[in-house]
Design a protein around this ligand. Structure first.
Ligand code: SAH
Length: 214
């Protein structure tokens, strides 16, 4: 195992990540395959890095924290909103039965899909779409992870969450300048909310992105 991977795992432990399955998943996903060449030497630094289209691959601590907060089981069906680089999808794919992930930039989606194929992962289904709408045909989901900041409680996604103890973890704006990771736990029509961690995510935007061809 590479020294810098071991160092990252040790740092995540120091920051309070205790779930050994989550730590093992992070250890096994090669983050260098999800960052641009010019950032290769920072691939295992505990920092967010820019990807294309003004988006970011999240900080490993935040990936670990949100993944742990989901309380995943290995038989679960999970929806992710915001495929981005595909890194978080890969971490989820190590810990559950199947991941459905939605991205609004076709170019990001295609790059992520190529990475999934190159890494031989076969339990991720990715599509172009507006994540605000969820993935009706595949609902309900045992777990939902949103990786872009919503400006309010994502009601449509909560409707696609299993009523039988389904959990959604999402960064949600709590004021004009602050976002918190919120954990929503659904039992029937009752939704319990816990504020977990202040964060900074790129915004959850409406609709599919327009991009120049090519
Ligand atoms: N999980 C990603 C994080 C990417 S940043 C990773 O591990 O790299 C957030 C992503 O959410 C961006 O790629 C952005 O384009 C996407 N996004 C924002 N709003 C969206 C929406 N409504 N539907 C789908 N994707 C969205």
């Amino acid at each position: 195992m590479e020294t810098r991977v071991i160092q990252l795992i040790m740092e995540l432990r120091r920051q309070g990540i205790t779930d050994t399955r989550v730590l093992a998943a992070i250890e096994r996903v090669p983050r260098e395959r999800f960052v641009a060449d010019q950032f290769l030497k920072h691939a295992y630094d505990n920092i967010a890095l820019p990807i294309t289209q003004g988006q970011t691959i999240s900080q490993p601590f935040v990936v670990a924290y949100m993944t742990e907060a989901l309380r995943l089981g290995d038989r679960m069906k999970v929806l992710e909103i915001g495929t981005g680089s595909g890194y978080q999808s890969m971490v989820l794919a190590k810990l559950c039965r199947r991941v459905y992930t939605i991205e609004r930039y076709r170019s990001l989606l295609q790059t992520a899909q190529r990475r999934f194929a190159d890494l031989g992962v076969n339990n991720i289904t990715a599509k172009l779409g507006d994540g605000n709408k969820g993935w009706v045909e595949q609902a309900p989901f045992d777990r939902i992870l949103v990786t872009a900041a919503a400006d309010r409680r994502p009601e449509t996604l909560l409707e696609q969450l299993s009523p039988d103890g389904g959990i959604m973890v999402a960064p949600v704006a709590v004021s004009a300048i602050e976002q918190d990771v919120i954990r929503y736990t659904r039992t029937g029509d009752d939704i319990q909310e816990e504020r977990l961690l202040p964060v900074r995510f790129v915004p959850l935007l409406p609709g599919i992105a327009r991009e120049a061809a090519g």
